[in-house]
Design a protein around this ligand. Sequence first.
Ligand SMILES: *[C@@H]1O[C@H](CO)[C@@H](O)[C@H](O)[C@H]1NC(C)=O
Ligand SMILES: *[C@@H]1O[C@H](CO)[C@@H](O)[C@H](O)[C@H]1NC(C)=O
Ligand SMILES: *[C@@H]1O[C@H](CO)[C@@H](O)[C@H](O)[C@H]1NC(C)=O
Length: 354
Amino acid sequence: MHAVLVPVYLLLVTPITGSWWAAGSLVVMDPYQICKKTRRLKGKLGDICRNEPALLKQIANGVAMGQKECQYQFRYRRWNCTTTRRSMRKVLLRDTRETGFVNAITAAGVTFAITKACTMGDLVECSCDKNMKKMKKLKKGEKMKNLKNVPVPEGDWEWGGCGDNINFGIRKSRDFMDTRYKKRSDMKTLVKLHNYAAGRLAIKNHMRPECKCHGLSGSCTLRTCWRKMPSFREVGNRLKERFDGAAKVIAGNDGHSFIPEGETIKPPGKVDLVYSEESPKFCTPNSTLGSLGTQGRLCNATSLGEEGCDILCCGRGYNTKDIVEEKNCFCKFHWCCEVKCQTCKVKRTVSTCL
Ligand SMILES: *[C@@H]1O[C@H](CO)[C@@H](O)[C@H](O)[C@H]1NC(C)=O
Ligand SMILES: *[C@@H]1O[C@H](CO)[C@@H](O)[C@H](O)[C@H]1NC(C)=O
Ligand SMILES: *[C@@H]1O[C@H](CO)[C@@H](O)[C@H](O)[C@H]1NC(C)=O
């Protein structure tokens, strides 16, 4: 964690609800902007905007987490989840796989950040999940609900400790993100709400037990266990897999639902991502589509995958050159407590798309 210095004049001219840092960086969804527009609205969203500033801050944190994870997951793809406004805005206006992924990871990020804040005691309106205590104790070998592959801890243990309050996170994330769309049933909205929910399930369906030993000198005669969220990287990996297997859907006849395109395809489940428009190739710049093109992108000349020059450069070819980088080397630890390094020059070959 590093501190950020804010010039005093900025603090003075910025209204409390507006966040000076969020204004520039939260391109996918800026909760402060949403609140500005919905100031007069009643309901749960208005409630959060007016009365829950700490929660609003966690929502902003969650959006930022989602953006960062999206960029990690797409770092080698033609569309790299850049938050350059002219690109991301356009991608969000459409209804492609990419749109679906961004929506899912955003809902997941918001849920994750709120839930984590509950566990840390940063929000007055919630606390750890204590409901698990009411759950029956599982027998050895029995699987925990929603946790098919992780066996329940062996031996004697009971629910306790401070569990991640995922249901609170999900509820608040819905209150903020979904209630705005409650009265709409157009295709894009239905798809968006589905992908929001799928993003949240990528956390909720993969909660796992974590345990702590009690008893004399770590004898572990008694353990308490609680439910913990997966890491956000795991959530991102899972949603990236769902992106790869996303299902294309078309509007259903009743006007309030969607159905999979093509009759034989099995309908997408709750955890699957859906989309209704084909993605552009993102090879060349096109402002209508939010494509920046891949010219100048770093690529891997020997890989056949999506980071390989063949695919990333769309067959246009690439430049290869040797660059010399300075790196820390021969690092030595000096008592106490300093590490001193020399700088070495390292040659590296890089390829960039034409
Ligand atoms: C951008 O994409 C749109 C939609 O596919 C297409 O109609 C348009 O011709 C493209 N523009 C350029 C400059 O390629
Ligand atoms: C993402 O793509 C854009 C446009 O192709 C490029 O300018 C940018 O440097 C890329 N970002 C990263 C981190 O590779
Ligand atoms: C490029 O791809 C090859 C083959 O997948 C891999 O072995 C190599 O480590 C990659 N190079 C870089 C710089 O990522």
